[in-house]
Design a protein around this ligand. Structure first.
Ligand code: OGA
Ligand code: NI
Length: 370
């Protein structure tokens, strides 16, 4: 594609750069009172028409009540919950957990602190605005994939790598520092419980994923989806799958998240105190297709109030000696041969970071034609 649109004189790259260098983010654009969005946010008609057909017959993703399994030895009850988690991860790839043990005050404080960060004047946030820390440390930016994606999306994000190398806590903006650290701890506890249930659902030892270091490489992202004056022309986040093992997502009460289920897009209704869990590509591959990594997206926010979400992506920290991963050998047999080939860390990282998040997932690339 030519950098300059010859017929209209539109220089997309120049506009992207100006927006990026202004460090104002979409929150800054929204707060400035604009009534029409810059052209590089406008998505092609195919994407937008799919957004219009987003009514669905299903009302929500499965909700799983974890009360009774935290600190309890009631085995029959645990087996029931394992079944629910397994079924949801197989058929939806997404579920919402309630009564997970994290106090509502911690949840509220986390949302409040991330909102407070984004609500600061953009001159204050500008000192954190950068792109070079995508693979470690702290970074605040608008659209991680701004220069890689075909069209930009209506959100800004504060991102912090919480592990495996310990984060330099002082690098976090003070306004949300303590809350980010506390949230990482709480969400990791929930992730550990969920990973145990997912392991049991596969017939593995409960601690297998922890042992494989799936809790250790964590990226926390605090998204802000501000009011968008033309929500029919753009998206909050483009349809994608998450690359890692699992994602834990906390959202405020402003809706927008949608999950693909069959041919339909299902609205994920915020449940007070609920946490959304979804399987990523890595989990689909190592479970040999048992658990599904499902497409999801966020609508551009038409509400005057910002939508806030805080996600933590859990990834493998230690790659095997030879650097390759694939379906777990314990899950394979002559009846259940591997449906994916092994892949290297480089392939995994390159697939994600070389293009926009709408890139074809690694899953498609490494599928074996059995
Ligand atoms: C993501 C994502 C959804 C949301 O960051 O990968 O899917 O609700 N976010 O912010
Ligand atoms: Ni996602």
């Amino acid at each position: 594609m030519a950098a300059m649109d010859a017929t209209s004189g539109y220089d997309r790259m120049k506009e992207l750069k100006e927006f990026d260098e202004s460090k104002m983010g979409v929150k800054g654009l929204s707060d400035s009172g604009i009534t029409s969005i810059p052209r590089f946010f406008v998505h092609p008609p195919e994407t937008l028409s799919d957004f219009k057909n987003s009514s669905s017959t299903c009302t929500n993703i499965p909700i799983i009540d974890l009360s009774g399994i935290i600190n309890s030895k009631d085995n029959d009850h645990r087996l029931k919950i394992v079944e629910q988690v397994k079924e949801a991860a197989k058929t939806w790839g997404f579920f919402q957990v309630i009564n997970h043990g994290v106090p509502i005050s911690v949840i509220d404080e986390t949302i409040h602190a991330i909102k407070a960060f984004h609500d600061q004047p953009h001159e204050v946030k500008a000192k954190y605005y950068k792109r070079e820390n995508e693979l470690g440390g702290v970074m605040y930016t608008s659209n991680n994939d701004l220069y890689r994606a075909k069209s930009a999306a209506w959100h800004d994000s504060l991102q912090a790598w919480m592990g495996p190398e310990p984060l330099k806590v002082a690098d976090l903006p003070e306004i949300c520092r303590n809350e980010v650290v506390a949230w990482d701890k709480s969400a990791t506890e929930v992730a550990e419980t969920v990973m145990e249930l997912l392991c049991e659902g596969l017939g593995l030892e409960a601690g297998k994923f922890k042992e494989l270091t799936f809790l250790d490489a964590r990226v926390l992202v605090g998204h802000c989806y501000p009011y968008c004056p033309q929500p029919d022309l753009t998206v909050g986040i483009t349809s994608h799958t998450d690359p890692g093992v699992i994602t834990v997502l906390l959202q405020n009460h402003v809706p927008g998240l949608q999950v693909k289920h069959g041919d339909e897009w299902v609205n994920v209704k915020p449940v007070p105190g609920g946490l959304i869990i979804n399987a990523g590509d890595f989990l689909q591959i190592i479970s040999n297709g048992e658990y599904k990594s499902i497409q999801h997206r966020v609508l551009a926010n038409s509400s005057k109030e910002a939508r806030i979400s805080i996600v933590i992506f859990f990834n493998l920290a230690k790659w095997k000696g030879d650097g390759y991963h694939g379906p777990l050998p314990e899950l394979l047999s002559s009846e259940k041969p591997a449906i994916y080939r092994n892949f290297s860390r480089q392939e995994f990282v390159e697939n994600f970071y070389s293009k926009g998040i709408d890139t074809k997932s690694l899953i498609e690339k490494i599928k074996l034609q059995n």
